[in-house]
Each structure stands twice: as structure tokens, then as C-alpha cells.
Design a protein around this ligand. Structure first.
Ligand SMILES: NC(=O)c1ccc[n+]([C@@H]2O[C@H](COP(=O)([O-])OP(=O)(O)OC[C@H]3O[C@@H](n4cnc5c(N)ncnc54)[C@H](OP(=O)(O)O)[C@@H]3O)[C@@H](O)[C@H]2O)c1
Length: 339
């Protein structure tokens, strides 16, 4: 029997130049890729669109990323292993996995190759949709809390006042749940008026509407100052955070670092500042993916899913992500379409 990658073609969604947004995406039939050394060929069940995917298309990594056109976007996915490249251990055909494929991407297709080192076996109780939200969104939330010194267990460091901005987004919904897990931290969150109840339901103690003066001031009625900030929103200068950080010191983990914020962060680092901005770019860790899947299985966290699209309507999910108004994660769901 021939392997899936030997001669077959597959449906994929690609773009062939920078820019163009959802209209720049093309539905194409292309060869199934072949796994190279250390890679897995995966039949994609669900892929999750992240803002980084369309920022690549906009040219944020120009001229290095994407490395070539046409390019099949989307890095975060869940699927089934169908073929192993050379020197892969720990996986077998038929294994269900979750993976992040950065910067190679390839998730908007029926098959994708991923590095085995960036994949984790999916627990049977974790659905493809839930699994596809873990490698970037949930793992980034976990890493941001860790970087800010926020322990997930009551015995894991002191209780902190934690602020999560854009708490209704893909990362923020996980950050609020993780920070609220043990119940000892006080979690303040910002989101739009329509999501106040959702975010409160995820465990936030105080929820601020970003359209109000409290929301823009990043400080709730309790008046608490923050020890740790998971900053998922955009457009806040350092001066917005400084007055709302704890006097003894506080850390703002910036998930969308720009040149100006990196310069501020370097200054803080050089000056040993008590109040610090820390830029963070997630690098996936298998043990984090495993731990997060465990929390999903225990019912302690869940992916909030904004919307699901079959591959034939992936451009609609792309446009929704680009709007900046998703509530939770946007899924492109290959299996649903095949059923
Ligand atoms: N550094 C890394 O490794 C890494 C990894 C993943 C993501 N990120 C970055 O982290 C950021 C968040 O990602 P995401 O996937 O969570 O984004 P997302 O899902 O697209 O976020 C959308 C949500 O943000 C809310 N929002 C927008 N502006 C807001 C504001 N000023 N205050 C409060 N809420 C606001 C929106 O609410 P409304 O609809 O009500 O406006 C919407 O619910 C993105 O910039 C992404 O690129 C970085």
C-alpha cells in the first residue's frame, strides 16, 4: 500500500503573497507533504487560527517569514499520525496528537508535517477541537503566568493580584482559568461589555469593561494594585501600567511585543527595576502540553470556542480572527466537514 505522502493530493488553503487578508486565501489541491527526518505526517482533524497567522500574511516577518510562497498558514493543530519521518521515536501511525508547527505552519490543509519535538500525544478524553487550542493559546497563558511568577497551586508561591487584559480572547480565556485554578490569587480581567459574564464565569474576581474609565485605567473598584499582568491586549504604553502595579514591584508580561516595548523591557532589565515589562514569545514545551491536557481532562480548564468552520470556509474564520473580536478560539474543523 502506498503511503499518503507518496502520490496523493489534498485540499489546502494558501496565500501566495503578503497582504490580501481573507480574500488573499486560495483553496487549492496540492501534493500531500512528505515527513522529513524528525517529522510526523499528520491527518489534521482541527486547526486553530491565531493572530500571528494573519500577521505573517500582513508581513510582520518579512522577508524571512513565510520562507516561501505559496504558503499554507496556521501553526496550532490536532490530528492523527499517519506516517513517520526518519529517526522519530515515541509516536506511531494512528496516534492522536496535538502540535505547534512554528514557523512552518501548514495547518489549513487535510495533512500537515510537524516536528515530533513540538508534538504531544493527545489524551483520549481530549477532543480534537479542545486539543487544537492547547499548543499555543493555553501554553502561552501558562508560560505568561509562570514568567510573571504566578504559581498555579496554592503551595506554589504567594497569593498575587493578577491582571489579565483581553481576557475574552484565545489566550486570555485560558489565563483567567489558570490563574483562578487554586483560588488563592485575586484575578482582575478586562474585556468588552458583551463578555463580562463569560469572563466572570471563567473565575475572574473583578471584570472591567474596557470601554469604561475603570477598564482603560486597568484598575477595578477594589483599588488593588497588580503584582502580575498577563497583557493580551494591544495598544497600552508602559505609562498605563506603572501606576497600577504594586508598589513593592510588579511584572507585565507583554504577549505582543513591539520595538518600543522591547526597548522599555531592556531598560528595566538593565536598571533592575521593581516594576518590569517582560516581552514573551512562546516556545512550546511537551510537558506543558501534557499538563494542560491533564487539566482539560479533569474539567479544570476548557477552551472557549468562538466559532468553527469547515476547511471550505476557512477564510471566514480568518476574517473573524482579523476582526480582533473573537471570544475564545477560532477552529477550522476538517473532520466535521468529512462527516
Ligand atoms: N507571544 C506569544 O508567544 C503569543 C502567543 C499567542 C498569542 N499572542 C498574542 O497575544 C495577543 C492575544 O492573542 P489572542 O489569540 O488571545 O487574541 P484574540 O483571541 O484575537 O483576542 C480577541 C479578544 O480581545 C478582546 N480585546 C481586544 N482589545 C481589547 C482591549 N483593549 N481590552 C480588553 N479586551 C480586548 C476582544 O474583545 P471585543 O471583541 O469585545 O473587542 C476579543 O474578545 C495577540 O496579539 C497575539 O498575537 C502572543
Amino acid at each position: 500500500m502506498s503511503s499518503p505522502s507518496s502520490s496523493r493530493t489534498m485540499r489546502a488553503v494558501q496565500y501566495d503573497k503578503y497582504g490580501g487578508g481573507a480574500e488573499g486565501l486560495k483553496h487549492v489541491e496540492v501534493p500531500v507533504p512528505s515527513p522529513k527526518k524528525g517529522e510526523l505526517l499528520v491527518r489534521v482533524e482541527a486547526a486553530s487560527i491565531n493572530p500571528l497567522d494573519w500577521r505573517f500574511q500582513k508581513g510582520v516577518g518579512r522577508p524571512f517569514l513565510p520562507s516561501k510562497f505559496p504558503f499554507t498558514p496556521v501553526c496550532e493543530l490536532a490530528g492523527e499520525v499517519v506516517e513517520l519521518g526518519a529517526r522519530v521515536s515515541g509516536f506511531r501511525p494512528g496516534d492522536k496528537i496535538i502540535a505547534v508547527n512554528f514557523p512552518g505552519s501548514g495547518g489549513l490543509a487535510e495533512y500537515a508535517v510537524v516536528s515530533a519535538s513540538n508534538a504531544a500525544l493527545r489524551l483520549p478524553e481530549v477532543s480534537a477541537v479542545q486539543g487544537a487550542c492547547i499548543p499555543i493559546a493555553a501554553a502561552t497563558a501558562l508560560m505568561a503566568l509562570r514568567t510573571a511568577g504566578v504559581g498555579l497551586d496554592a503551595g506554589d508561591g504567594p497569593a498575587k493580584n493578577v491582571l489579565v487584559t483581553a481576557a475574552s480572547g484565545g489566550v486570555g480565556t485560558f489565563a483567567v482559568q489558570l490563574a483562578s485554578l487554586a483560588g488563592h490569587h485575586h484575578v482582575t480581567a478586562t474585556c468588552g461589555a458583551r463578555n463580562l459574564d463569560l469572563v466572570r464565569g471563567l473565575g475572574a474576581d473583578e471584570v472591567l469593561d474596557y470601554g469604561t474609565s475603570e477598564g482603560t485605567a486597568l484598575r477595578g473598584p477594589s483599588g488593588r494594585k497588580h503584582d502580575a499582568v498577563v497583557h493580551c491586549a494591544e495598544g497600552f504604553p508602559w505609562s498605563a501600567f506603572k501606576p497600577v502595579l504594586a508598589d513593592k514591584g510588579g511584572v507585565v508580561v507583554d504577549l505582543t511585543p513591539r520595538i518600543a516595548s522591547v526597548a522599555v523591557a531592556v531598560l528595566h532589565w538593565l536598571c533592575f527595576s521593581k516594576k518590569r515589562l517582560v516581552p514573551l514569545i512562546e516556545s512550546p514545551k511537551k510537558q506543558d502540553m501534557d499538563a494542560l491536557m491533564g487539566l482539560v481532562v479533569q474539567g479544570k480548564i476548557r477552551a472557549v470556542v468562538d466559532s468553527r468552520y469547515p476547511l471550505s470556509r476557512a477564510h471566514e474564520g480568518w476574517a473573524k480572527s482579523m476582526s480582533g473580536h473573537a471570544t475564545g478560539k477560532i477552529i477550522v474543523d476538517m473532520v466535521e466537514e468529512a462527516e
